[in-house]
Structures are given as C-alpha cells and as structure tokens.
Design a protein around this ligand. Structure first.
Ligand SMILES: Nc1ncnc2c1ncn2[C@@H]1O[C@H](COP(=O)(O)OP(=O)(O)OP(=O)(O)O)[C@@H](O)[C@H]1O
Length: 374
C-alpha cells in the first residue's frame, strides 16, 4: 500500500486552475521531490498534503487513512506532518532547545520525554552543543537544521519541505542536500520536498514528480526522468535535455524507427507513427569527420570542467540548439557532423500542429538566444 496517495486532486483559486487532476502514489520512506517551473502548483500541492488547503476535487490518503476528500477533512494538527519552510519560521527569542521543545509541549510529552527527544534530534541534525543559542546566533544552514530538528522531534509520518534551501548560498546548499539525504536515511521518514531546481531534485530524491501548469507530467525515479522522459516538457526540463523533431516511421517492442531529416535511425522508445521527438542529452552526441546523423553549425563554446561545452544549431533540420563537450576550441560557424549514440523517442502527444508550429517558430528564437550564450 502506498504511504502517500493523491487521487485526481484539483484545486482552483477563483477561475484559475492551480492543480488539475493530479494523481500520484509513493511508498513509505520515499523522498519525493515536487519539481517544476515557477507557478506550476508545487507549493499548492504541498499545502494540500499538509492540510493547509482544501482540495476542490479528489482524495488524499496517508496509508489507508483518508485525510481529504469525500466530505472528509482531517485538520493539519491531526495529520502528523512536519513542515519545514524556506524562511525556517523559528521563534526568534527562544533558544534552539526551546524552539524544538515547543511542539513537544503542545503534544503533551513529559519533561523527561521532551529532553530525550530533543537530545535525540540534536544528534540527528548535528547540532549538539548549540542548543542554548538563539536563531540570530546561528548560520543559515544551522537554522535550517533547527527547523528540521523541530519537525523530526514530533515523529511525524511525513516531513514536508518547501524550498528549504532557497535562502542558502550554493556551497551551503550542496552541503545541506547531503545532510537531508543522511537524515532521511537515518530516520526512515517519508519526505516531500518542493523545488524548482532540477539538480537539487535529482541529487536528493528517490522519486520526482514533474509538474507543469498544474498538471503532473511524470512521476519516476531520477534515472527514469533522465533516460525515459514521457513528454517533451520533461525531456527539456531534466538534465538540460534537447528535443529534435522526427517522423516516426515504425514502432514496437521498445524500439522506434524515425526519420531525422533525411536519416533513418533506429532508437529506443515507442511512439505512434507521425510527428515525434527524439530526446537527447549532451552525452548522446559524438563528433565524427563525416557521415554523421546530424549536421550542425557551431554557435559558441564555454570552457567548463576541462572541456569546451559547444552549442550548435542543426543546419538541415529546423530543431533545437544541441550542446556537446568537445576537446578543442573551434571558430564559431565551423560545420560539424554528429552521430547520435543515445536518445529516447516519444510521440508529440497527438498534436502534430504543436510539433510543426513549435519547430518552425523556434529556430529564429534559438539563433538569437544562442548568440548570448556564445
Ligand atoms: N491563495 C491563492 N490565491 C490565488 N492564487 C493562488 C493562491 N495560491 C497560489 N495561487 C496561484 O496558483 C499557482 C500555483 O502557485 P504555487 O505557489 O503552488 O506555485 P509554485 O509551483 O509553488 O511556484 P513557485 O516555485 O514560484 O513558488 C500560481 O499561479 C499562483 O499565483
């Protein structure tokens, strides 16, 4: 039985649809990242799980308990969830110990039980010895740990984190991500983490739900989203992916024959015949002297991690800019031939017009966009 189960959840604010029939289920002990661009509905979904919003339609279950839907609504304080906010929401005048103790007092624990729980969670988050300090005497990362300790102390069945790393610098964010992973595996609690940063989601989560304009695009492991995206939005959003327009000729048993320009390719993936997308990453392209699958023109290079990350525009098809690592510096405008060593074919969702319209309208955007990259 899934630990957290959302069934066809919809939420409207006046006439605006913030969430449109979102269904997902995750097992006990999962670390779920809710990922998507700004305004896609991530925080609304988290607030619905916490009980801070009522769904207009659908059901939310924790194990076999219905907490929202069908005339049932369990209030937040009865859901056994812990929330960690971007702003930490600590009491500024209370010490670390008192901040953590507050929820335990409300829950009616004895002094001895409270002290035991506080010491336990201070050890888990690595703050033993700092319990007498006030929030302003702590770094941003330490404050975030106090917020997490306060949530963990009440032993909730779910920990909900709303962009918890947004106020930290890049270095601290990476360290805290590692901390979240460690604390998650130590406690075995189910975590749900809101982020718009796909690197954060991919680094920390066991499951990632990608949302776009209030709809669930895909729920999967980080590897599934990267290797087998189910929509062009996911393909472009994850791992700086690229999509090339193809004609699907034949498909079955996990393989698909596609025309990429004048080239016939046999690729993994399945799609109905007609318009489709070939989803790729930088590692799927290899430069060859001649006879490549794709002819491109170099627009610009950035020296990164010891290689020249090279941005190129296809010259014989009207597609996305592709990027790949090259060993040498080349002049902008150099013609390059590429073979595809990997990729994943998907359909265009049955909207051939979207495919054609998008691609035609796209190349001019790409050309101007890439000038700024080079
Ligand atoms: N209380 C509200 N009243 C009206 N509209 C709202 C309310 N809460 C959210 N919305 C709208 O619902 C949409 C989804 O908001 P939400 O905060 O869930 O997005 P998000 O994905 O978390 O965005 P961000 O990453 O920018 O925080 C947005 O367009 C937002 O303006």
């Amino acid at each position: 039985m899934p630990h957290l189960c959302l069934n066809a959840i919809s939420k409207h604010f006046d006439k605006f649809t913030a969430l449109d029939s979102v269904s997902l289920a995750i097992p006990d002990g999962a670390f779920l990242a809710l990922l998507g661009p700004s305004g896609c509905g991530k925080t609304t979904l988290l607030r619905l799980i916490a009980g801070l919003e009522h769904p207009d339609q659908g059901e939310i279950r924790f194990d076999d308990q219905l907490v929202a839907g069908d005339a049932v609504f369990v209030p937040p304080e009865k859901r056994r969830v812990g929330m960690v906010f971007q702003s930490y929401a600590l009491w500024p005048t209370m010490t670390v110990r008192k901040n953590i103790e507050f929820g335990l007092k409300v829950a009616g624990l004895t002094v001895q039980e409270r002290n035991q729980r506080i010491d336990e969670v201070l050890d888990v988050v690595g703050l033993r010895g700092l319990d007498g300090r006030r929030p302003h005497e702590l770094s941003g990362g330490q404050r975030q740990r106090v917020a997490l300790a306060r949530s963990l102390a009440t032993r909730p069945q779910l920990i909900l984190l709303d962009e918890p790393l947004a106020n930290l610098d890049a270095h601290l964010r990476e360290a805290m991500l590692a901390e979240f992973r460690r604390i998650h595996s130590l406690t075995g609690a189910t975590f749900v983490f809101v982020t718009h940063d796909q690197d954060e989601a991919m680094a920390v989560a066991t499951h990632v739900a990608v949302l776009d304009r209030g709809r669930l695009q895909q729920l999967g492991t980080p590897e599934e989203l990267y290797r087998q995206p189910s929509s062009s939005m996911v393909a472009r959003f994850i791992g700086r992916g690229r999509t090339l327009p193809v004609q699907v000729v034949e498909s079955g048993a996990g393989r698909t024959k596609v025309m990429l320009g004048q080239q016939l390719l046999d690729m993994p993936g399945e799609a109905p015949t007609g318009y489709g997308w070939l989803c790729c990453h930088a590692s799927d392209f290899k430069r060859v002297p001649e006879g490549g699958h794709l002819k491109v023109e170099l627009l610009g290079q950035v020296f990164q991690n010891g290689v020249f990350l090279s941005h190129c525009l296809p010259t014989e098809i009207d597609g996305d800019v592709v990027s790949l690592p090259l060993e040498e510096r080349l002049a902008p405008g150099t013609s390059i031939e590429l073979v595809l060593t990997g990729g994943w074919v998907i359909g265009d969702g049955g909207t051939g017009q979207t495919w054609a319209g998008r691609v035609t309208g796209r190349s001019s955007t790409c050309r101007s966009a890439v000038i700024s990259v080079s």
